[in-house]
Ligand binder design. Sequence first.
Ligand SMILES: [Fe+2]
Ligand SMILES: [Fe+2]
Length: 262
Amino acid sequence: MLSAKSLFQEILDNDESFRLFCSIAASGESQGGWENARIAALVPQSERALAAKITRHGADEDKHGRIFNALMKKRGLEPVEVPPATDYTMLLEQSGIGLAHEKLKGDQPLTVQDIVIYLAHSRVTEQRASEEMELLRTYFADHPDIGRAVRMISNDEDNHLAYCHEELLRFAAAGHGRVIQRTLRECARAEIRVYRDVSLAVMADMGRILGWPKAKSAVLAAGIHAVYLYERLGGWRRMVSLKMPERRDALGGPATASAEFA
Ligand SMILES: [Fe+2]
Ligand SMILES: [Fe+2]
């Protein structure tokens, strides 16, 4: 039977597919780490209090990148180059979502509006990260090799999402509501497209590596298109709502260590 669990299991069991999966994940995480570190460095004076949380966010993402690399190392695998069609963060940036890397590479302080846009972008992408990790946690929380990593990353992504909700609500109350709503909608529309394209590309690579029959690949591609259709027809709304989270100040403390994985 074709299920999300059997699919992940198959990818985990094969060295080639496992290393591609981890390489893609590690690269997306480190990219997120870099972006957050740059944003933290360029936070405008009036938002200094937020800088520590953005730094913590970046430190978490860097840690996730190291964890995925450590999982490969544990199996004696070297990372592979990430195929451009599977590079979620790069494709998002190319569709104009989030802050341009040119801006982040510079040394001009960001504006408050930039920070609001960054948070709205994160609210959308962290929702995706949180849902993906929750799926992995459902199936593999007790897995001997990846269980701990999955539980830790999943918990962090939930924190990131909670933090985005809380900070965006604060900015909405301070009068940024319209920009926030507009940015969230634009982001969600672009994200569901990029997510579909990346999913199709990843599945095509996995199919090649694992020698899937045409029929299986076709069923998976149809599933990915169905998810996109659901998201376009209304599923996107879950990515743009704002609700005060149960976990307040989720990024208030220092980052937790990843020493046990490295
Ligand atoms: Fe992450
Ligand atoms: Fe995250």
